[in-house]
Design a protein around this ligand. Structure first.
Ligand code: ZN
Ligand code: FE
Length: 258
């Protein structure tokens, strides 16, 4: 079982630290938007041995230059957009390999939030950046509803017990929206309760699992009658397919304040 810890950055970003199964102290950082919290963790006995980047936004790549300047470590990032210099470009079909750490991750192209966004899959874990959040998905800054729907479908095809490590702690507010769409979804009701308790204790709500996401995440449920009906009521018209449903609930979420 893969060991993953995290440090927090900014208001709600998670920088995941993937521990080498061969040497627990050596870690790969995912989306280090800020160097400082990562350096603090390294000062506490960890060794940064690699970096994975999902997309070019500053809150995900801002710490790369400082962290890689004095370390000779592999850095991997998306081929489809500009990320800081040492990053080796990856696209779907490629693998991010860290042979000395006993770690490797397959790359999926998941455009929508940004046009070159990629996700990493390996060792029973998904690092989804700002594409899939627990109970939500990223805003469409550069892609179309059709692209994002296809990207999310790729992720939703992963096995049930895949652990979902996303870029932000948004779960409670996402679940409030999920319940506006599907008020009858018992699993979302229970999960919201559980996540609120965890947040009160100062704990992370993530990782989630793909099983959980398929049950509570409205953006993965656009083919369900319940979600379709809610979207049609919101739009005031009939919707033809799950892409139109997705487009309506994504826009609804953009303006949703709880
Ligand atoms: Zn982003
Ligand atoms: Fe972000």
């Amino acid at each position: 079982m893969l060991k993953v810890s995290h440090v927090r950055a900014f208001a709600d970003n998670y920088i995941w630290l993937i521990h080498s199964p061969l040497d627990d102290r050596r870690v790969v950082a995912v989306d280090p938007g800020d160097a400082q919290p990562v350096e603090e963790a390294m000062a506490n006995g960890l060794e940064l041995a690699g970096i994975l980047l999902t997309h070019r936004h500053a809150d995900h790549v801002g710490g790369v230059a400082a962290l890689s300047r004095e370390r000779r470590i592999p850095v991997f990032g998306p081929a489809g957009e500009k990320v800081p210099e040492p990053a080796q470009p990856l696209r779907e079909g490629d693998t991010a390999r860290f042979p000395e750490l006993g770690l490797e991750f397959k790359v999926l192209d998941v455009p929508g939030h940004t046009k070159g966004h990629i996700a990493y899959v390996g060792h029973g874990a998904l690092f989804s950046g700002d594409t899939l959040f627990s109970a939500g998905c990223g805003r469409l800054f550069e892609g179309t509803p059709e692209q994002m729907t296809r990207s999310l479908a790729k992720l939703a095809a992963l096995p049930d017990d895949t652990k979902v490590y996303c870029g932000h702690e948004y779960t409670v507010s996402n679940l409030k929206f999920a319940l506006a769409v599907e008020p009858e979804n018992e699993q979302s009701v229970e999960y919201l309760e559980e996540c609120r308790e965890r947040r009160t204790r100062g704990e992370a709500t993530v990782p989630s699992t793909m099983r959980r996401e398929r049950n509570v995440n409205p953006f993965l449920r656009c083919d369900r009658q319940s979600v379709k009906q809610a979207a049609e009521a919101k739009a005031g018209r009939r919707l033809q397919n799950h892409i139109e449903v997705f487009a309506v609930i994504r826009e609804w979420k953009d303006g949703f304040t709880g």
